[in-house]
Design a protein around this ligand. Sequence first.
Ligand code: ATP
Ligand code: MG
Length: 758
Amino acid sequence: MNDEAFTSTQHAPGLRARLVVLVLAVLIPAVMTAGLLMWTVYRQQRQSVERQMTETARALSLVVDREIGQKEVLLEALASSPYLLTNDWAAFDAQARQATRRGDTWVVVFDADGLQRVNTRLPLGAPLPKGAGRAPGLTWSQTDNGRMQVSNVFHGSVAKEYIVSFNVPVERPNARPLILAAGATASSFGQVWMDQHFPQSWTGTIADARNVVVSRSRNDDGMVGRSASPVMAEHIRRQLSGVAETTTLDGVPSVTAWSRSPDYGWAFIVAAPRSEIAGQARQSLFWGVALGAAFLGLGAILAIYAARSFAKPVERLAAAALAWTEKRPPAPFPTGTREIDALAAALSEAGTKVADQRAELLNLNASLEVRVAERTRELAEATENLAQAQKMEAIGRLTGGVAHDFNNLLMAVLGNLDLLSRRLTEPRHLRYVDQARAAGERGAKLTGQLLAFSRRQRLEVKAMDIGEAVGAAAALLRSTVGAAHRLEVEVAPDLWPAFGDATQVELMVVNLALNARDAMGAGGVVAIAASNVTIADRAPRGEAPSVGDYVMIAVSDTGEGMTPEVVARVFEPFFTTKPVGKGSGLGLPQVLGLAKQLGGGVEIDTAPGQGSTVRVYLPRAEALGGLESAGEIAPDAAILKGVRVLLVDDDVRVRSVTAQMLQDLGCRVSLAESGEQALERMREDSDLRAALVDFAMPGLSGGETAVGLRWERPDFPVVIMTGYADLEELAETWSGPVMHKPFSMLDLARQMARVISE
Ligand SMILES: Nc1ncnc2c1ncn2[C@@H]1O[C@H](COP(=O)(O)OP(=O)(O)OP(=O)(O)O)[C@@H](O)[C@H]1O
Ligand SMILES: [Mg+2]
């Protein structure tokens, strides 16, 4: 993994943080909405309470209005009493007592001087107080049109308690006016609270125009006569009715509603403890906040837990995936989350693939070195084999060329010796000639071996029984090898027929067996075996056979074996480890040349001190026979008598010796140095019966010359002579009879007699 990318992701928020944020993102607005709702509910509750209080305050004012109205009605009724016109105080007293007999109201009459004339509060006939004076707060005057006035609360001198006075002026046509007053105790207003069923905790207060308490629904001990708080007084002064937060006289923080009577200035106040109103809402608000916090906490915990349940398997997965780059992944473990399971499965699969590929790569790497080493070795071997092959080919061409020239020379030498021996009669001279011929023939054999190596020897190839050739060779070897060593021959019973030249194959087996013998001290074993073999793989060495079916001849010994250096050179002509005069170094090259010319190959299996096995492979043939050489015909020198033969050869020595041979056979010879000259002679001389033409010539080759001659005269008998240098080219251009140099006069007589007689 990229280090930089990895470190940069370490600072990124984790799954837990993200989930907590998610939960908070959902919960916080929810909690806020709930809080808002609660706040709204609180507001509505408070508003409804305030409305209720306002209404209560107004209702209170109406009740008190009615009370006061009753006083007014009473006073107005009494004001029309005739006794007042006549100052009949006793009669009025009686009337007034009659009118107020129920209830707690009493009647007082003041004259213009302010003296009491009647007072029903006192017992009948009791002396009236002198200086009681008028009730406080009365602003009554002439201009007030006789309407009733309500006094403020005051401590009555007669009643000895707080009272309120209601006054009406009474105009008299013939006398000075009077004041008719109705008195009522402040406590009489307490009845009002009985009618108002407001909650226990609320406090109702009736205050006079000076904001002095007249009556109070609860805790009115000592309150009556006290002034309302300045704050409250200020509220009442400013507005006829309203709601405000104040503190009651007994020091309770409250929400207060008030209503003031515009007629007589009294105020009706309803106070509810703030703790009660706010309490409810605050409580719900508290619970809301508490629950919200709890939900938030719970949500966060759940989120963390959920994140753990995601993060744990993901972390495990990440750790596992990292480990998987090192080793093969185990089967994916269940994480409890479908997507993560799928991820794990996918990762595991990828891991498996990576592991497989890694293993493959490792294998490849491991085998690569081996393969490189193998290939390097193969390459070196191939290069060496190629070099070896090129060397052998060069040697082959060289030896082929040398052999060709040698054959021409030997042709001249042996041909002339042949001619000489026919003309000599002295036995001593004939012995010299015979020795010279023997040496020449040894030379011819040597060139034959060289030609065999360069795969240019004349072979009479046919499908043959290899077992037969091996048997024949073994018979030859019994005396040479079998004396000092044990000779074992084993021929597989169902041996395939194979292509070969019987003489050459026999020679080859003898060659190999002699090599085996030479490698062993006394008492060794030479084993010759022939068997069927199928080669499936081409061996790298050039000598080895290619793929196919073969009959194999294996010659093994228990001798000294060969070092690799010797093995590398044994197929080179003239390579020998034997002392001078013992080995020519042409045995194995000849074996290889033969095998290759037949389309097979050779293998050597040896090591120093381990003995050697040389295996020769000859290609399998379908059936025995075929390709048989033409049988010998008896020489009939008579046929050649007087026959005119055209001899064509660029080599003057070969030309003269061959011409002499033909003349000795009775032929008349016409000579030509080249193919062109030969065609000229052909046109001039209609006597010509046959032609003997050398193959390798400058200008027209022997083959071309033969074609030219037959173009002049179809079926004209032509024999081609060759020194072997160009056997392949010859085979391509010429299918007629061939004479291989050096040839004897006998050979020449047979060949010429055959072509002429045909
Ligand atoms: N069976 C064998 N065991 C050990 N060395 C062998 C064997 N066959 C061949 N050699 C080695 O290979 C060399 C070449 O053998 P090759 O047959 O070509 O030539 P040569 O035997 O030396 O001479 P010649 O031409 O007489 O056969 C030998 O000199 C010998 O060192
Ligand atoms: Mg040999």
